[in-house]
Design a protein around this ligand. Sequence first.
Ligand code: URA
Length: 273
Amino acid sequence: MEVRLQKLIAGTGLASRRKAEAMIAEGRVMVNGRVITELGTKVDPGRDHVKVDGKHLTSAQPYVYVLLNKPKHVMSTLDDPGGRPTVKNLLHGVSVRVFPVGRLDFDSEGLMLLTNHGDLAQALLHPRYHVPKTYLIKVKGVLTDDEIRQLEQGVKLEDGMTSPAAVKKVKKAEANSWLEVTIGEGRKHQVKRMLEVVGHAVLKLVRVRMGPLSLGDLAPGEFRFLTDREANALRALVEQRLTSEQEGQPMRRRRKPSRRPAGWARPKRARAL
Ligand code: URA
């Protein structure tokens, strides 16, 4: 994936973006053996050889991808002006500056990706790419099939209709029930607002999947680095979205909600909670 030269340099931690721009303008940066002074120049970190002051840049700092299980009552940001705990407090021993890819509410839990790979983060967050995110939710009451159908087809929120969602019944009890909801959008409080429209309060929300990544058995508050296979799958997803866009194909097929038989399954993840 191509990135702007100054961004690549800044992403390695060698210099701030502005300083990197100055370095380029001063002729201190070479790409594939040629001095580059133009600021908009794009390079592919996987293919191009970048040198700053004669030293290879790519060996300076590789991309880092962290998968965290955010516990509830922790901010999904790196700083909080209100002094509440943030995900940064949980990343013990991660010396590279990584940034959260998207948000989870203060009282939500689950999968968060943090990375220093800015372009990949931006692409994953872009509404155009519709990266699927799956939430395991506990709601007040039990949804009727008609309410589930409404969620699957899209409901009207104050900021517009939601795209079709996939909804799976997981488990029900007397007073509440568990569902798995998969959406491709990422609007603020989206899942809670969708459920509110059909008359059910969300009591607990855990993000369990995002694109090719799964939370698995990671305990709340713990993190791990992505495996090479996971990082490659993420990059492939972004590349594939970029390619289909360049080829003028629609970003996403609007899937018809599937007709599932009624009945409440109880998959593994619900038991683990
Ligand atoms: N939807 C919500 O309502 N909250 C979250 O934290 C994530 C998705």
